[in-house]
Write a new protein. Structure first.
Lengths: 217, 230
């Protein structure tokens, strides 16, 4: 009987501690997060039709307020867009502000699965193998980002993602001008060779300015 | 017409892939044990299996319709389900496991005979299967999110079927669990007939179910909340 009571108390403590961890984690990151990024105006107009067709067909019928916000075009030259802060930071750190550079994102959540870590690994391998020079020169930057943290959640709306994704982004003068979701990574993850070819050809074409399948800002 | 049949077949296949993928395996094991715990009553197991599947169908249909008509935004819904709802699943499973093991008891409201209470508990058991179907299908993990949001939804939108394809997908996600529950229930029933110890077997089935729920709940909590078992 005593053992049963001890087990009950232990499990209840575990449940309460877990829920407390979730609640306080959320409150803590809210408190430490920067000002909401969604309020800032984007630097360039988006193309909802292209976005809906390329990224999420489910959004084709009527853009949500978030998409509508992205389509607003500022009348005056916009400052560095807060909607792509990582890209902006990357531009500052590794490329001249006036220049053009590219960012390859792997966006994931806190819970990782075997498929998720495989996609991350294969993507990094392909980029390190075929684009080592571009990375050294600062032309291409690889970023692995946990979009579950509050400060990174804007990526979910920025790139309209519903799961772990590989995104290519072009940044000019500190502003993101276009991006592309490499959606075939989930289909190809069990075929290393095909996956490697896919990342190589897509990244190569994107770096050369091929706009097929890209969404312009 | 053939395009629609192709869509239906694909939705069914995607549902099966979701059900057997390693990611939701833990919850599927919990679901099987929950349905099969009343091994002495194969009819109830069958009914609970159907209600569990119906719970899944209901969830995917509601999500499918709301997303296909753009009432909700797919990225927003996916984020909430993956980052918030799935986190609650672990602690909830631990609590349900504790109830099944008798470590916690549900409060009873009002009087009533023991017979009425038993009937109510039975009703809760069947309703619980429906609830479990809804809860498990709402707790998206990366793989199921990729299959539902990345493959099924675009398919449903293109086919103009926000209702039928998610429903077929839902049936397929519940099918393996239903089949396993029936096999276990009828298998144990025939075994118990030999040994004539059905009550004892059911008592142990209930304990095993409680243990599995607590185990799966602890695993999901450590994985989804504390980020272990990468």
């Amino acid at each position: 009987m005593k053992g049963k009571n001890v087990l009950t108390v232990l499990l209840l403590v575990f449940v309460i501690a877990s829920l407390g961890y979730v609640a306080f984690g959320e409150l803590g990151s809210r408190a430490s997060a920067p000002a909401p990024e969604k309020t800032s105006a984007p630097a360039a107009p988006a193309k909802p039709a292209a976005l809906a067709a390329t990224v999420a067909p489910v959004r084709a019928a009527a853009p949500t307020p978030v998409t509508a916000a992205v389509t607003q075009e500022p009348k005056t030259p916009a400052p560095l867009p807060e909607r792509a802060p990582e890209a902006a930071k990357g531009a500052k750190a590794e490329a001249p502000a006036a220049g053009k550079h590219f960012v390859a994102y792997y966006l994931h959540g806190k819970a990782r699965c075997v498929s998720c870590t495989t996609i991350e690994e294969l993507t990094k391998n392909a980029l390190d193998t075929h684009f080592a020079d571009a990375q050294k020169s600062g032309l291409l930057e690889v970023r692995i980002i946990n979009v579950e943290t509050l400060e990174n959640r804007h990526y979910i709306q920025d790139y309209q993602i519903t799961n772990q994704s590989v995104i290519l982004s072009e940044v000019q003068n500190g502003k993101e001008v276009r991006w592309k979701n490499l959606k075939q990574v989930w289909r190809l993850l069990r075929d290393e060779k095909a996956f490697d070819d896919y990342i190589r050809t897509e990244t190569d074409a994107f770096l050369k300015g091929d706009e097929a399948g890209s969404v312009k800002r | 017409m053939s395009a629609l049949w192709f869509g239906v077949a694909t939705a069914f296949w995607l549902g099966l892939l979701t059900a057997v993928s390693p990611c939701p395996l833990a919850t599927n094991i919990a679901a099987v044990s929950f349905l099969a715990r009343r091994v002495a009553h194969p009819r109830q197991v069958f009914l609970a299996g159907i209600l569990y599947t119906l719970g899944r169908v209901l969830t995917y249909v509601v999500l499918g319709v709301l997303l296909a008509t753009s009432v909700l935004s797919a990225p927003g819904v996916s984020a909430v389900l993956q980052f918030t709802v799935s986190k609650l699943l672990g602690p909830i499973l631990v609590l349900v496991g504790m109830i099944l093991l008798g470590l916690l008891s549900l409060p009873s409201f009002g009087g009533g005979t023991s017979e009425a209470l038993t009937r109510r508990a039975e009703d809760m058991g069947l309703f619980g299967a429906l609830l479990l179907g809804v809860m498990f299908s709402l707790a998206f993990c990366p793989v199921s999110a990729a299959l539902f949001f990345g493959s099924l939804l675009p398919l449903a939108v293109n086919a103009g079927s926000g209702l039928l394809l998610p429903a077929v997908y839902g049936v397929a996600t519940g099918l393996p669990v239903l089949v396993f529950a029936l096999l276990i229930a009828f298998g144990v029933k025939s075994l118990s007939g030999i040994f004539g110890r059905i009550t004892q077997i059911e008592l142990w089935a209930r304990r095993i179910t409680g243990g599995i729920f607590i185990g799966v709940g602890l695993y999901k909590t450590l994985q989804d909340i504390f980020g272990l078992f990468v």
